[in-house]
Design a protein around this ligand. Structure first.
Ligand SMILES: [Zn+2]
Ligand SMILES: [Zn+2]
Length: 110
């Protein structure tokens, strides 16, 4: 699937419908946060602050990437509800860390 097709897919009514269905299935709870809490409870770890709670899922993630597996685009088993920060982690994007643009010192004018 190309970028264009993927974009088209995310705009489709079928996806919007499916996305809501998955969020409802997962009770709008981030499934990675839930796993983290369960794992910590099993290990007897104490979590602090924000890590103690399950964040609200805002996004639905394709476990097998959409572009690689378009046939699984709307497959329930391939979809999981995630909060924004867990979703970023899944994609290897650092959460809330924006790369600072290298600021050029203003050129001195003669
Ligand atoms: Zn999460
Ligand atoms: Zn994703």
């Amino acid at each position: 699937m190309t970028d264009r097709e993927a974009k088209h897919f995310y705009d489709s009514a079928a996806w919007k419908h499916k996305r809501l269905q998955i969020l409802t299935r997962d009770h709008h709870e981030c499934q990675d946060c839930r796993k983290r809490l369960t794992a910590a409870a099993v290990a007897g770890e104490i979590l602090n602050g924000k890590d103690r709670m399950i964040r609200r899922a805002e996004e639905v993630h394709h476990i097998k990437e959409l572009k690689e597996h378009p046939e699984l685009a709307l497959s329930d088993d391939n979809l999981v509800s995630l909060c924004i920060s867990c979703h970023n982690l899944r994609h290897g994007r650092a959460p809330k860390k924006f790369k600072r643009k290298h600021k050029l010192a203003s050129k001195e004018r003669w």
